[in-house]
Design a protein around this ligand. Structure first.
Ligand SMILES: C[S@@+](CC[C@H](N)C(=O)[O-])C[C@H]1O[C@@H](n2cnc3c(N)ncnc32)[C@H](O)[C@@H]1O
Length: 256
């Protein structure tokens, strides 16, 4: 039997409300989001300061990222395939044009270009073919001087992800447990003509079933993210990408 595409996963009634609830109650998700917000604002400041910013939030879901950015950018567009997720986004967002569409089937936004494209909690979850076509569709919409920011919330080098993955392989090898390495992130963007210029490490201490306070997590992240050697072990890295200029830059970033 053919596996269902990730495209279908958030379409059922009530999924939007469920997702919203998940983000408001799960300590780890709340912690990651607090870190991600700072990083996204840092990216805006570091890479796009003083410029008009035209945002495309791909797979925008309930509008988490667009909600943070819509008042800070010139224009904001959110795209998703799930009406259920977008119903929540519509209640929340004021300045964002919300579009229910699958850009991987038909890139209806072409020939528009955006100088900031975000895609959070999408690429890890998507099956390999969807990852590739989505990255290519986004590369087509990225301005020559623009940046694409995406995350991978189960980095294979994280010891906690590895532990859960190993357990999954032992107990339920037929099931789905997606993981992605930083190498795979680089490969994915490279195939679409992009390169990673910076990776922000997020989420270092996530032992399964052990409650860890946000303040302890923040302290650990603060220290660990300053130590270059440790960066690769974070659970949820955020990558900043641009159109590939030459291979040397990507290689330099990979040595960081
Ligand atoms: C885990 S949610 C993430 C939502 C939001 N980006 C966030 O970080 O909160 C993943 C989203 O990807 C959407 N999605 C899946 N396939 C898609 C596609 N081909 N085009 C656009 N969105 C898609 C789902 O409908 C879902 O809303």
């Amino acid at each position: 039997m053919a596996e269902t595409s990730y495209r279908e996963s958030h379409k059922y009634q009530g999924k939007g409300a469920e997702y919203e609830q998940y983000y408001q109650t799960q300590a780890w998700q709340k912690f990651l989001w607090s870190r991600e917000q700072r990083i996204i604002l840092r990216v805006l400041d570091k890479y796009l300061a003083g410029r008009e910013v035209h945002l495309l939030d791909f797979a925008c879901g309930t509008g988490r990222i667009a909600g943070l950015l819509e008042d800070r950018v010139t224009s904001s567009t959110g795209v998703d395939v799930s009406g259920s997720m977008l119903a929540v986004a519509r209640e929340k967002l004021n300045r964002t044009r919300i579009i229910e569409a699958d850009l991987t089937a038909e890139n209806i936004l072409k020939p528009r270009r955006f100088n900031l494209i975000t895609a959070f909690r999408f690429f890890l979850n998507a099956e390999p073919e969807l990852r590739r076509v989505a990255m290519r569709a986004l590369a087509d919409l990225l301005d020559d001087e623009g940046y694409l920011v995406f995350n991978n919330h189960q980095n294979l080098s994280s010891p906690w992800t590895r532990l859960l993955y190993w357990r999954h392989l032992r107990k339920n090898p037929q099931g789905i447990f997606n993981v992605m390495s930083i190498q795979e992130m680089r490969q994915l963007v490279r195939e679409a003509g992009l390169e990673i210029v910076e990776i922000f490490p997020v989420g270092f201490f996530h032992p399964p079933k052990v409650p860890v306070s946000s303040s302890l997590n923040r302290a650990i992240d603060n220290v660990a993210s300053r130590v270059k050697f440790l960066s690769r072990f974070c659970e949820s890295p955020v990558a900043v990408c641009r159109r590939r200029k030459n291979d040397g830059i990507d290689a330099a970033a990979s040595r960081k």
